[in-house]
Design a protein around this ligand. Structure first.
Ligand code: UDX
Length: 457
């Protein structure tokens, strides 16, 4: 068993730290954020992630997991230091490496024994080389220190399972010493290990994420064409999925991908390519398709309604996907401001994302209300947008839209409802890559008349 320090206790770091402790290592989690560390010491995870709190509390109680802001001590004692700090996207699409550089310098100036530094954060190809050089340049004591790449592939909401039951573990090392040590650290996980060079490991992370982003954008592109030619994207996807070379996962067309990885990693790889004098046309296309896809329903609705002024708009789902409170690059963040600008009164429902959304769009400054039940958002609404496929939202019956809304007009970015159900319920229904369900009774005069009533209310 090894003494492991993990620095940067966000999604990547915390999940890694907890899982290393779970397989028996002695883990110290380091972060500069005191509030976060205090929360963790009290057994509360600062992120919403299924199963994480329990596992964290269990390993903390067993003494295998510690939390501290004292990086000096944590680095001095460690056999290996895993870096999980953020690499946020900069305006030009490149990754900001300043947090990694700060940590690398602190490590160099602190460590007193041989130590393996492992970069878990997603970093541009070649960064591990630079980090190793950086550490050697600032090294205070005469010790052996090497840097290895170990990208993670966890998805939010299933992060613990994705780590403990990972499809594969990628280790990128350029020395036998580093490789053997990482292999030993990961031995208790009993999972397939793919050992490659550092640069290949760095590239695997981007290539894998961007491939998935491409797959989604491809389906969204085909979905848009399906609408034009009278095909149904869900049937098309089902038909494609039986081909093992294509597979059944990540074929869901929708309102565009969001989250902390795909948008950032597509732009970062595009940037890396440009820096190297190459144009990565496929990834660029995925980015463009996704940008357009996020507002496709808004544009359709704007076209149908002419204006949102005075309308009550129900927004169901704010987070970029279910089972997370994360709003990063969520379609809601593109659409809600557009609706507000147009004078809509937004009633938003999300099982966990409202608090984060409220920080950006407080009720005191915007015509927005956050409600506890989807029914409250739908009641008396003129239009409804569905942005996230939470179970609570999927559970809404087609008739409920007809019953509760003033004018049952629904724009579904997640293709939740069978077309026939909405048709039978008398809902005017637009989704992605499927035929529209029109409702002849839903005249503009109907929809906008109610808005006058709402205005004067
Ligand atoms: C992703 C990768 O899955 C993970 O391996 C990587 O380490 C980080 O990025 P995550 O961002 O948590 O994980 O979520 P994921 O479930 O992959 O979904 C990403 C986005 O794609 C979401 O906005 C989701 O709604 C969208 N998506 C996913 C689709 O639109 N269609 C699909 O078929 C699948």
């Amino acid at each position: 068993m090894f003494k492991i320090s993990v620095v940067g206790i966000g999604y990547v770091g915390l999940v890694a730290g907890v899982c290393f402790a779970e397989v028996g290592h002695q883990v110290t989690c380091v972060d500069i954020d005191e509030q976060r560390i205090n929360m963790l010491k009290q057994g509360m995870s600062p992120i919403y992630e299924a199963g994480l709190d329990d596992l964290m509390q269990k390993n903390y109680a067993a003494g295998r997991l510690k939390f501290t802001t004292d990086y000096n001590k944590a680095y001095k004692e460690a056999d290996a230091i895993f870096i999980g700090v953020g690499t946020p996207e900069q305006p030009d699409g490149s990754a900001n490496l300043s947090y990694i550089a700060t940590v690398a310098r602190q490590i160099a100036e602190t460590i007193e024994k041989d130590c393996l530094v492992v970069v878990k954060s997603t970093v541009p190809v070649g960064t591990n080389d630079k980090v190793e050089q950086f550490i050697h340049d600032f090294l205070t004591n005469d010790v052996r220190v090497e840097v290895a790449s170990n990208p993670e592939f966890l998805a939010q909401g299933t992060a613990v399972r994705d780590t403990l039951e990972a499809a594969r573990i990628i280790i990128g090392t350029d020395s036998k010493w580093a490789k053997e040590m990482l292999m030993k650290i990961y031995e208790p996980f009993n999972l397939p290990i793919v050992s490659v060079s550092r640069r290949s490991a760095e590239m695997i992370k981007y290539a894998a994420n961007d491939f998935l982003a491409l797959k989604i954008s491809y389906m969204n592109d085909i979905a848009n064409l399906c609408e034009l030619v009278g095909a149904d994207i869900q049937d098309v996807a089902r038909g494609m999925s039986f081909d093992e070379r294509i597979g059944s996962k990540f074929l869901n067309a929708g309102i565009g991908y969001g989250g902390s990885c795909f948008p950032k990693d597509t732009k970062a790889l595009d940037y890396l390519a440009r820096q190297n004098g190459y144009e990565l046309r496929t990834v660029k296309a995925a980015i463009t398709v996704n940008d357009d896809q996020k507002t496709i329903l808004y544009r359709k609705a704007a076209n149908r309604l002419i204006t949102f002024d005075g309308l009550k708009v129900a927004v169901l789902g704010l987070t970029f996907k279910p089972e997370t409170d994360d709003l990063r690059e969520a379609p809601s963040l593109e659409n809600v401001p557009l609706l507000l600008e147009q004078g809509a009164r937004v009633y938003a429902y999300d099982p966990v994302g409202s608090d984060n959304f409220r920080l950006k769009y407080p009720e005191s400054e915007y015509k927005i209300n956050y409600v506890d039940k989807p029914e409250e958002a739908l009641s008396g609404a003129n239009v409804c947008f569905i942005f996230t496929e939470w179970e609570q939202i999927k559970a809404i019956k087609a008739e409920t839209f007809q019953k509760l809304m003033r004018t049952p007009l629904v724009y579904d970015g997640r293709n939740i409802y069978p077309i026939q159900e909405m048709q039978d319920a008398g809902v005017e229904y637009y989704s992605i890559g499927r035929q529209a369900v029109e409702n002849k009774d839903l005249k503009l005069s109907n929809i906008h008349n109610t808005s006058h009533r709402l205005h004067s209310a």
